[in-house]
Design a protein around this ligand. Sequence first.
Ligand code: FES
Length: 113
Amino acid sequence: MDESFQKVAKLSDFRLSKSKEARLDDLHLALFSVDGIVFVVENNCPHQHFEVLHQGHLEGCIITCPMHGRTFDLETGNCLNGAGKLRKLDVKTIDDEVWVKKPVPTSFSLFDK
Ligand code: FES
């Protein structure tokens, strides 16, 4: 197993609900199970950055943010009714375990040394 993957959940966690939240170090994640496939995105809606996507309405691969109704395709991360895109994470499932690859930071500060 690639050491950059970390276990964040179990498939059996989705028996009662098709979505849940989890932490991966400092990242807040939203996990969704759709027909046995697990999608993981950063739990941060690009509209106004509320961290509530895991509480949204899931219809197939479409998640609707509960705050203002932006909808996102979990397969692409694209917003279907506005600007913005969800940050998707690579996922592996091994037996009952859900493993997520921690993304490489994509932003930096000009003040970083
Ligand atoms: S914060 Fe998600 S739609 Fe506004």
